[in-house]
Design a protein around this ligand. Structure first.
Ligand code: FAD
Ligand code: NAI
Length: 462
């Protein structure tokens, strides 16, 4: 029976990062993973494969729509779907093997198999029981469906099935206009599918800045995605090769159907804690199945911690990673900390959409006086040169103190640009601090500076 300071259950971005940090802090550490490869949802069936397909399909879009304008002539590339999937699988394999290397380098033992916790301090994997002073539950999440819709991963798929369809479907219906629906919907729209997104609410991407929502939906429509908004899906009837999606419009209760070759169910994810034995241990969970923790990732059972998608908060890889590092530090007796007010969110469509901090709607609800600095990418020379002049940067700052409160970007490289504002917010910077920082020309990041200038005496290039 092996004895550890820490056993982490789950090797996703939360778990593997926690394990590495524990080992770096001198704790004898093992990580249990039931999947055949490390990296969790994110590396195997989430962030990484979806970004590979977004990248490949974006190259096709560029070839079809922009190459000729730049004097690059010739037939547009044809899609070899098998090869595209093989490329995606290579990218995944490279990354998951990378985590194996990091485990070896940091002397983290990978215990292969599915774990349960028979008692605090004990982790059971197969016939073996391992002992650990501390256990971190980092078991992540799984796709959740809606009543009347059964996922078979062939015709009615979750994101996992959508990342390995045998062919590009002619007609794809996506249920849910959230992050997964729009990222994978755009992949298939670019590859030639007729994509219809059915969304329960009247806006796409709930919780996002309203102006960004409108602009984003308009741009996606231009790219060929169709939307049925305010529609509650009632059921999906599927055969082996086709499906029919029935929905009811919320405004007048009228009913309609959509035919599809494939239906992608993207209506959210739920914590995955099956088989751990949490109930028997008395670990408290919320009605939504999230493991309850205090501000330091401790559950109510001493010695058991939880992080990532399995607990409250945004289901994002970088949030899980930050919690993994901080939880390791707490176990090692240090002051682990995550600033939940500064966690960026990015949608990796083209253009990208990124946000951090408060939205205008939230500030209104809080009754906080704020000012807005907005700058369109049309005024950014670099964006125009690469046909990405649509979209904008919107910076929100306190009306009195000028402190940056939030930022919402739709445009080129938004997912990278947002981090300048994350750093500014961590340092409690004012919009003027950002405006006074020299930004290289010509870069997309000048648009962020111009938005900051617009919070003061005004932007230059509008
Ligand atoms: P997970 O990554 O889910 O890892 C948990 C691991 O625990 C799994 O490997 C599982 O096999 C293992 N496990 C579970 N139970 C046991 C057990 N009993 N014993 C042993 N092992 C167990 N987030 C972003 O920030 N950016 C993105 O671009 C992004 N894209 C995404 C795209 C898709 C299609 C999906 C589905 C998700 C995406 N996410 C993205 C979300 C991101 O994947 C998750 O937030 C992140 O993976 C959560 O990390 P985690 O460590 O909490 O759990
Ligand atoms: P989501 O919560 O982002 O979106 C779900 C959407 O489905 C919502 O718009 C909701 O209103 C809609 N919906 C719910 N029930 C419905 C119904 N009956 N009919 C029609 N629409 C309905 O969830 P999604 O897209 O499944 O993503 C899950 C998680 O994965 C997210 O929390 C996200 O954080 C993470 N993720 C992050 C990515 C990123 O950071 N780029 C990429 C992909 C996923």
């Amino acid at each position: 029976m092996a004895q550890y300071d820490v056993i982490v259950i789950g090797a996703g971005p939360g778990g593997y990062v926690a394990a590495i940090r524990c080992a770096q802090l001198g704790l004898k550490t093992a990580c249990v993973e039931g999947r055949g490869t490390l990296g969790g949802t994110c590396l195997n069936v989430g962030c990484i494969p979806s970004k590979a397909l977004l990248h490949a399909s974006h190259q096709l879009h560029e070839a079809e729509h922009n190459f000729e304008k730049m004097g690059l002539k010739g037939a547009a590339p044809k899609v070899d779907w098998k090869q595209m999937l093989a490329y995606k699988d290579d990218v995944v394999a490279g990354n998951t093997k990378g985590i194996e290397f990091l485990f070896k380098k940091n002397k983290v033992d990978w215990i292969k198999g599915w774990a349960s916790i028979p008692a605090a301090g004990k982790v059971q994997v197969g016939d073996e029981t391992h002992e650990a002073k501390n256990i971190i539950v980092a078991t992540g999440s799984e796709a959740s469906s809606i009543p009347g819709v059964e996922i078979d991963e062939k015709v009615v798929v979750s994101s996992t099935g959508a990342l390995e369809l045998p062919k590009v479907p002619k007609k794809l219906v996506v249920i849910g206009a959230g992050v997964i629906g729009l990222e994978l919907g755009s992949v298939y729209a670019r590859l030639g599918s007729e994509v219809t997104v059915v969304e329960f609410l009247d806006q796409i991407t709930p919780g996002m800045d309203a102006e960004v929502q409108k602009t984003f939906q308009r741009m996606l429509k231009k790219q060929g995605l169709k939307f049925v908004m305010g529609a509650a899906v009632q059921k999906v009837d599927a055969t082996k090769t086709k499906a029919k999606v029935s929905y009811k419009l919320r405004k007048d209760d009228s009913e309609a159907t959509l035919d599809a070759d494939v239906v992608l169910v993207a209506t959210g994810r739920k914590p995955f804690t099956d088989g751990l034995g949490l109930d028997a241990l008395g670990v408290e969970t919320s009605p939504r199945g999230q493991i309850q923790t205090d501000g330091h990732w401790r559950t109510n059972v001493p010695g058991i911690y939880a992080i990532g998608d399995a607990i409250d908060g945004p289901m994002l890889a970088h949030k899980a990673e930050d919690e993994g590092m901080a939880c390791a530090e707490v176990i090692a007796g240090k002051a682990g900390h995550v600033n939940y007010d500064v966690i960026p969110g990015v949608i990796y469509t083209a253009p990208e959409v990124a946000s951090v901090g408060k939205t205008e709607q939230q500030l209104k609800e809080e009754g906080r006086a704020y000012k807005i600095g907005k700058f369109p990418f049309m005024g950014n020379a670099r964006a125009k040169a690469v046909f990405q002049g649509e979209g904008f940067v919107k910076l929100l700052a306190d009306a009195e103190t000028d402190r940056v409160l939030g930022c919402h970007i739709i445009g080129p490289s938004a997912g990278d640009l947002i981090h300048e504002i994350c750093v500014a917010m961590e340092f409690g910077a004012s919009a003027e601090d950002v405006a006074l920082t020299c930004h290289a020309h010509p870069t997309f990041s000048e648009a962020v500076r111009e938005a900051a200038l617009a919070c003061g005496d005004g932007a230059i290039h509008v």
